[in-house]
Design a protein around this ligand. Structure first.
Ligand code: ADP
Length: 504
């Protein structure tokens, strides 16, 4: 029997749907990507049209497959990864959504979250779900739909409506409405899921007013969930191909970076930073405001991750380019920073929208300190890049404390990880090797790997680490004393940035 040699990852993101065909060496064979519209009905509200999510994803799958030149009979499986927390509610029979998808960024339930916090549910939620009360997570978004769409609550209580995050919505549709499931990593982001018992929490469903009959069946990350249904326009050739893996985007990226051992971590340097550390079979609760989620679950073994984020990272470089006009392109920042021997005493804290873990101050604002008559544009640009690295260090230091694990290596991806200056400075400040991979589609590869694992393309989770190749490893070169001095000054700058905006 000839083994099938390819897997396809569906990567449904916040601004685009992508599909990538991988071979068994983990190499990209073909790719297709389609953007779709963002809907902003009011300030702070963000929605997607569920038909756009599905339509662009099917289009991308169909095109990536066509471009690959691979026979359908040679596709072993499909894996799914997705923007997390984004919430859909649809009719179980007709498949018709009752409302647009409410996107993770949407703040419409913030006031309800404040009420929940005031009622003192925070400790329970943290204990059960690993999350802090926040409007990001799906639970309060489901409630909003049930409260605000006429007739929705009654229909949900009669069992006519079902909920899903984007993974669920895609898999339900691709299997012709047969499978209503969600993998544990996506369930972990609803604020309704008991991450230790791996089941929906009845009490939280009651508190949030979500009928349990709406919820998808929680499933492990790698298993045959169902098959592509016949009769889906554009996917005729792929009918019958099994869907065998699913994980939320950050979990998939952690896996795609080969962080399969406790203490291994990845950071994505995008607009913001997303940092995840594998904490093994322990679901650690953070003392510094980090989140705990299931990363993946394979063969009955569940792996957990601690997660933190820097709200403004690459965006500080965009800011220097677009608002301040100090640079013409993001790519100029590294060479300009390297044109001066050091930061000249300048520190830039990019707290444009407050500071997240571990500093946590919603009233902090962007701050630049240490200016002298000798400060140049290069010092300021350098301070912005260094500021990204300091924030990532502060997150990882806190994760080490929380988990009791020592970080062995930081694996990196995202737009700003192309900056050699930033990566070298990160290594210098963090005192750890920084490993940048050759193949940067880590999220999609994580999903492809989960699918290929279940379909028999790969046999063990550790194989992914062998498939991953480093493009460059940056090792600490700065002496420890200097690094500690800089970091100490950074922490003083952070204190200056805190509590600036006055509480309303
Ligand atoms: P996202 O997915 O969050 O939109 P990306 O992963 O595409 O972000 O990364 C884009 C970010 O990376 C931008 O904020 C940009 O300023 C930053 N960036 C891109 N290239 C560089 C570079 N060479 N040096 C520093 N920052 C960069």
């Amino acid at each position: 029997l000839q083994m099938k040699g390819y897997v396809i990852a569906l990567d449904q993101g916040t601004t685009s749907s992508r599909a990538i065909v991988f071979n068994r060496s983990g190499e990209i064979v073909s790719l297709a990507q389609y953007d779709y519209p963002q809907i902003y009905p009011r300030p702070g509200w963000v929605e997607h049209d569920p038909a756009d999510i599905l339509g662009t994803q099917i289009h991308a799958l169909s095109d990536a497959f066509a471009r690959s030149g691979v026979e359908a009979a040679d596709i072993a499986a499909i894996g799914v990864t997705n923007q997390r927390e984004t919430t859909l509610v649809w009719d179980r029979t007709t498949g018709k959504p009752v409302y647009n998808a409410i996107v993770w960024q949407c703040r419409r339930t913030a006031a309800f979250c404040d009420r929940l916090a005031a009622e003192g549910v925070g400790a329970y939620i943290r204990d059960k779900t690993g999350l802090l009360i926040d409007a990001y997570f799906s639970g309060t978004k489901i409630r909003w739909i049930l409260e605000n769409v006429p007739g929705a609550r009654e229909r949900a209580e009669r069992g006519e409506l079902i909920f899903g995050t984007v993974d669920s919505w895609l898999i339900w549709n691709l299997t012709g409405g047969r499978e209503h499931i969600s993998d544990y990593s996506n369930c972990s982001r609803t604020m309704l899921f008991d991450i230790d018992r791996l089941r929906w929490d009845e009490d939280l469903c009651r508190v949030l007013g979500v009928p349990m009959s709406m919820l998808p069946a929680p499933v492990p990350s790698s298993a045959e969930y169902g098959r592509i249904a016949p009769g889906i326009k554009g996917l005729e050739a792929l009918a019958g191909v099994p869907i065998c893996g699913s994980a939320g985007d950050q979990a998939a990226a952690l896996l795609g970076q080969g962080c399969v051992h406790p203490g291994e971590a990845k950071n994505t340097y995008g607009t913001g930073c997303f940092t995840l550390m594998n904490t093994g079979d322990r679901s650690v609760r953070s003392l510094s405001g980090m989140l705990t989620s299931v990363a993946w679950s394979l063969n009955g073994h569940t792996t957990y991750a601690l997660e933190g984020s820097v709200f403004n990272a690459g965006s500080s470089i965009q800011w220097l380019r677009d608002e301040v006009g100090l640079i013409a392109s993001a790519g100029e920042s590294g060479p300009l920073a390297e044109s001066v021997p050091d930061n000249g005493g300048v520190y830039l804290v990019s707290a444009f929208t407050g500071l997240g873990a571990p500093h946590w101050d919603m009233y902090a604002r962007g701050t630049m300190v240490g200016l002298t008559r000798g400060t140049t544009k290069a010092h300021i640009v350098r301070a912005a890049l260094e500021g990204i690295a300091y924030q990532v260090k502060d997150l990882l230091d806190a994760m080490e404390m929380d988990s009791g694990r020592t970080l062995s290596v930081l694996r990196v991806d995202g737009g700003a990880s192309v900056s050699d200056f930033l990566m070298q400075f990160q290594a210098d400040i963090l005192r750890k090797p920084i490993d940048r991979p050759k193949m940067v589609e880590t999220t999609a590869f994580g999903a492809a790997f989960l699918a290929g694992l279940s379909a028999g393309l790969w046999s063990d989770v550790s194989e992914i680490a062998a498939l991953r190749q480093s493009e460059k490893v940056f090792t600490p070169a700065m002496d420890l004393e200097t690094a500690e001095k800089y970091h100490g000054e950074w922490l003083r700058a952070v204190e200056r940035a805190k509590k600036w905006e006055k509480a309303q």
